[in-house]
Design a binder for this molecule. Structure first.
Ligand code: GSH
Length: 212
């Protein structure tokens, strides 16, 4: 049995849980992190010395880093569409997965979502938030152009790259701020919302994270 340690409200846990759902794999998820605590114990640190979530165990392998876990699951359990064996096809998708993790997410999640949801209004820096919102707009436009008519990044079927690219679109769509016009990205998000595993694991309310 696969075990995942991490609260359902963590976007990095959502990457892993959504991937498991798409791959039809059962997992036991244990609530740790955030208000649940449990990441400072010696037992947890032995599994994940970062004291962060997610942590993942599948028989003989214990892993942390959501992107590494996603690639492990895809390589081990994904079909040719989900994880192309051809390095050229796979790298063309992986490039966007990596871009999401290292470019879009730092700008949107840490530069917009975090200050608007996880920082008290009185403590926010409106000028810094406004500047970051302007940086997110061309990134969203890039993604919109890449997605085109889709339906998914690799064509007709969902791949590991869609998990990385799509997992924060619930936050992106539902958070109110000034966004670029992105009809392709909006349609892509709507397609994702129709997937049961996305609805269950990625469309998780972030109200428990909101600092008032
Ligand atoms: N690079 C790591 C980042 C892990 C991370 O920052 N996790 C956050 C939640 S998204 C965390 O553990 N926060 C502290 C907590 O939940 O207690 C990954 O992708 O797995």
């Amino acid at each position: 049995m696969i075990t995942v340690w991490g609260r359902a409200t963590s976007s990095n846990v959502q990457i892993v849980m959504w991937a498991l759902g798409e791959l039809g794999l059962e997992a036991n998820r244990i609530d740790v992190g955030g208000a649940y605590g449990g990441t400072d114990t010696a037992e947890y640190r032995a599994l994940n010395p970062n004291g962060l979530v997610p942590t993942f165990r599948d028989d003989e392998v214990t892993l942390w880093e959501s992107a590494a876990i996603l690639r492990y699951l895809a390589a081990r359990h994904g079909d040719e569409a989900f994880w192309p064996r051809d390095p050229v096809r796979r790298a063309a998708l992986d490039m966007w997965a990596e871009w999401m993790k290292t470019t879009f997410i730092p700008a949107f999640n840490y530069g917009v979502f975090w200050p608007l949801v996880r920082v008290r209004e009185a403590e926010r820096d409106p000028a810094a938030i406004a500047a970051t919102i302007e940086k997110v707009k061309p990134l969203a436009a890039m993604l919109d152009a890449r997605i085109g008519e889709g339906p998914y990044l690799g064509g007709e079927a969902l791949s590991f790259a869609d998990i990385m690219v799509g997992h924060q679109l619930y936050r992106y769509d539902t958070l109110e701020f000034d966004k670029a016009a992105t009809p392709n990205l909006d349609a892509y998000y709507q397609r994702l919302t129709a997937r049961p595993a996305y609805a269950r694991h990625a469309m998780v309310s972030y109200e428990p994270l909101r600092v008032k």
